[in-house]
Design a protein around this ligand. Structure first.
Ligand SMILES: Nc1ncnc2c1ncn2[C@@H]1O[C@H](COP(=O)(O)OP(=O)(O)O)[C@@H](O)[C@H]1O
Ligand SMILES: [Mg+2]
Length: 257
């Protein structure tokens, strides 16, 4: 499904600050996998997602999605089949537009519908059904500007907006990190629901080790541009937060911290 093949990524090339973050990095993710990615700050998690979405160019190697080489495909073209939710709840939707308008815009990603043409009644009912899955009462507030919603409600909406056009891949970059513990738990539950309803292949970066342990079908720990832990199947099911903490400590000792 996703294949990073010998990917190299450098920053500040040709300056004294030149760094190589990924050096012939390879990783494969199967269709339908829900991968949690953890790792210390600066380990390369966001860069990995940026390379996949096309927000950053590669210095070497290839990225494939469903056997299609997307290495040189521009970001806006990848957005047609990749949905992304960021850490900042303000980034996933337009604050001055209503929930309904935001949904119509997202729906238009594939060019079918527009605000100008009016949003037909059947579409509105479909939007309502989607919002109901969040169990946050959003379906009763479709005419409310998104800017007046709470952070948790906005992230729940962002998840719906990111996936409603049937994307092939869902990318979550610490999408619960800016929320209070209760909202963050709720958004995590909605994430699980959306991912299993849609069966969409998902990469989720999180600092929350409990979420990484509890959710997903695979767990990867990044360190200095490498996957230093990669658990799937039974190994993922039986991994505990303690296992993850022990590995974190081991890395930290190796780094002399
Ligand atoms: N725009 C950038 N310019 C220079 N260096 C960068 C840039 N983005 C990332 N890096 C380098 O890559 C490392 C990993 O960054 P990042 O992928 O954001 O880590 P993470 O998301 O795991 O915290 C950073 O420590 C830094 O050295
Ligand atoms: Mg990051």
């Amino acid at each position: 499904m996703i294949k990073f093949s010998e990917v190299t990524k450098r920053f500040n090339v040709g300056t004294p600050d030149e760094t190589t973050l990924f050096d012939h990095f390879s990783l494969e993710v199967d269709e339908g996998e829900f991968v949690s990615i953890v790792g210390s700050n600066g380990s390369g998690k966001t860069t990995l997602l940026n390379l996949l979405c096309g927000s950053l160019p590669l210095d070497g190697g290839h990225i494939y999605l469903k056997d299609r080489d997307i290495t040189r495909l521009p970001e806006y073209k990848r957005a047609a089949f990749i949905g992304r939710v960021f850490q900042d709840p303000a980034k996933g939707s337009c604050p001055d537009l209503t929930i309904l308008e935001n949904m119509a815009l997202a729906d238009n990603k594939k060019g079918h519908y527009g605000l100008g043409r009016g949003i037909n009644k059947r579409r509105i009912e479909e939007y309502r059904t989607l919002l109901e899955t969040c169990n946050m009462g959003l379906e009763n507030r479709m005419q409310v500007p998104v800017g007046s919603l709470s952070g948790g409600q906005r992230q729940a909406l962002a998840l719906i907006l990111a996936t409603m056009t049937g994307v092939e891949l869902l990318i979550l970059d610490e999408h619960t990190a800016a929320l209070d513990p209760k909202s963050s738990q709720r958004v995590m539950e909605i994430t699980q629901q959306v991912v299993s309803d849609m069966g969409v292949t998902t990469l989720m970066v999180t600092h929350n080790l409990r979420f990484a342990e509890e959710y997903g079908t695979r767990l990867i720990m990044m360190h200095q541009g490498q996957a230093v832990m990669d658990l799937a199947g039974e190994a993922k099911k039986t991994a505990s937060v303690d296992t993850l903490l022990a590995k974190f400590n081991e890395i930290s000792v190796e780094c002399g911290n």
